[in-house]
Design a binder for this molecule. Structure first.
Ligand code: FRU
Length: 505
């Protein structure tokens, strides 16, 4: 496969060719991350769903593997689902091994006229740690006549398996239990929570440490249900929300009635947590939005469409004013971090400009820290801006903090021409201004950002807010400017810019 195109991400996963959507079946075993994904190997739009497969030792450097699951019958597709490691051979598939792998997923049937048929839950097992699978000969393991019942995610809970699965158009997450991954018993429904959209998709459930906000020490643990919904998201298209609560193996009860979003932009959907990771869970999502996923320019030019987000590690914190939050930190970037291109440890009001036209990956990591901001003295001119430009085309991607305003952080991809001479201007090129909590303003601000050709990811305040943003410049962005202006006296600013090493070169 060719990973050299000007829009092809260099530190993110994207499929060799064809169309990708949701991450599926993610698990970690013997030092290897396995990522499966919704894959149409024969087209640049959704359909003909297989499970593509890739592996990685560091979460960034991916190796493409042969397709893991093919549609078992005509007009039947392999939809989203999950994987577990059946260490104790509860399934009976693995008499001679403790590294048996079982995939649990939806088989979606289509009628001859193209309308949706029943969606049922099925399993397949692997004797070689997830490289090749055999379908169970008594599928489905959960039968149904509904054409909107899908996306099972299974975890181990005590001596049992527990599944969350979407009754998509009934706005319910079904919870099932099983001793052996074959016989499943319905236990409860988690119904009508949060943003409904037109349907619920891709529920996840994961145990997460609760950390003290200041010391970072683990003080408790809770469960998190993440739940995707589309169409009808606040910013348009699809969105992922999460709920914090307790889970006893059969019932999930929330700590409060709040609806929280995993991202403050609109290009992270259907994220999934890796099975088999201890401590802070690790996830990655599909970096796109159903609103335009099948139309974005990259496919037309380069024969592939869609990438995954960077891997994130997550934990919960509770703060006096803003309450519960899931913190998403960018996963250890050591394997991709290249040379320093510029640093101003004590910049104050000023700026740092870096020309990165010579960086082969065209990808950067940027970090900026602002401390000692007297918020009361900040005006609407007090800003820290990160601006990326293409000297060749004049296009720019703008982002930054407005310390004195009500929308403290924004990302504006409306200054890129790449898409408005193509199509979906109204949905895509709006000047997006995102931030979810003016109440969260503090004296200390931090931004960590990765720009990777057609993707921009930002982590604010150490990960309390995160966003993934797609962008399609007509010419590569090759200049970055980080500028602090009109900060009140006492503010300190430090900035660093690093090249990223391509994991595909
Ligand atoms: C979510 C989704 C899932 C389904 C899959 C099909 O993006 O619609 O509900 O399993 O994609 O590709």
């Amino acid at each position: 496969a060719n990973y050299t195109g000007p829009l092809r991400p260099q530190v993110h996963y994207s499929p060799p060719t064809g169309f990708m959507n949701d991450p599926n079946g993610m698990f970690y075993l013997n030092g290897v991350f396995h990522l499966y994904y919704q894959y149409n190997p024969t087209g640049l739009g959704a359909g003909n769903q297989h499970w593509g497969h890739a592996t990685s030792k560091d979460g960034y450097t991916w190796e493409n593997q042969p397709i893991a699951l093919f549609p078992p019958e005509e007009r039947q597709y392999v939809f989203s689902g999950s994987v577990v490691v059946d260490v104790n051979n509860t399934s009976g598939f693995f008499p001679n091994q403790n590294n048996g792998v079982v995939a649990i997923f939806t088989l979606a049937r289509y009628n001859e006229d193209g309308s949706g048929g029943p969606q049922t839950q099925a399993i397949a097992y692997s004797h070689d740690e997830g490289y090749t699978f055999q379908y169970y000969d008594q599928n489905p393991v959960i039968n149904s006549t509904s054409s909107h019942f899908r996306d099972p995610k299974v975890i181990r809970h005590g001596d049992s398996w527990a599944m969350v699965v979407a009754y998509a158009q009934e706005f319910a997450v079904g919870i099932f239990t099983s001793p052996d991954l074959k016989k499943w018993t319905w236990a409860s429904n988690f119904t009508n929570h949060g943003l409904l959209g037109a349907q619920y998709e891709c529920p996840n459930i994961v145990k997460m440490p609760v950390r003290d906000r200041d010391s970072g020490a683990v003080v408790d643990e809770k469960y998190v249900i993440t739940l995707s919904a589309q169409p009808g998201a606040p910013l348009g298209g699809s969105v992922t929300q999460y709920f914090i609560g307790d889970f006893n193996g059969t019932h999930f009860t929330t700590v409060d009635a709040a609806t929280r979003l995993t991202d403050f932009a609109k290009d992270n959907y259907a994220a999934q947590f890796f099975y088999g990771v201890e401590g802070n869970p690790i996830s990655l999502g599909w970096a796109s939005n159903w609103q335009y996923a099948q139309q974005v320019p990259t496919g037309n030019n380069e024969g592939w469409r869609s990438a995954m987000t960077l891997p994130r590690i997550s934990y919960l914190t509770k703060a006096p004013r803003i309450g519960w939050t899931m913190v998403d930190e960018i996963y250890d970037t050591k394997p991709i971090l290249g040379e320093s291109l510029g640093a101003k440890p004590d910049m104050g009001n000023g700026s740092l400009t870096v020309d990165y036209a010579d960086v082969a990956s065209n990808a950067l990591y940027i970090e900026a820290n602002v401390t000692g901001i007297n918020v009361a003295k900040a005006t609407s001119f007090s800003t820290l801006n990160l601006t990326f430009t293409s000297p060749a085309s004049g296009e720019s991607l703008r982002s930054g903090f407005y310390f004195g305003g009500d929308n403290p952080f924004f990302v504006d991809r409306g200054q890129l021409r790449g898409f408005d001479n193509i199509f979906f201007t109204d949905k895509f090129s709006v000047a997006d201004v995102y931030y979810d909590s003016a109440a969260d303003k503090t004296a200390t601000w931090r931004v960590q950002a990765v720009i990777d050709r057609s993707m921009y990811e930002v982590f604010l305040d150490g990960g309390r807010h995160a966003a993934t943003v797609l962008l399609y410049p007509t010419q590569p962005l090759t200049m970055v400017n980080v500028a602090a202006r009109d900060l009140p006296a006492g503010a300190k600013v430090s900035v660093g810019v690093w090249a990223l090493k391509s994991t595909w070169a």
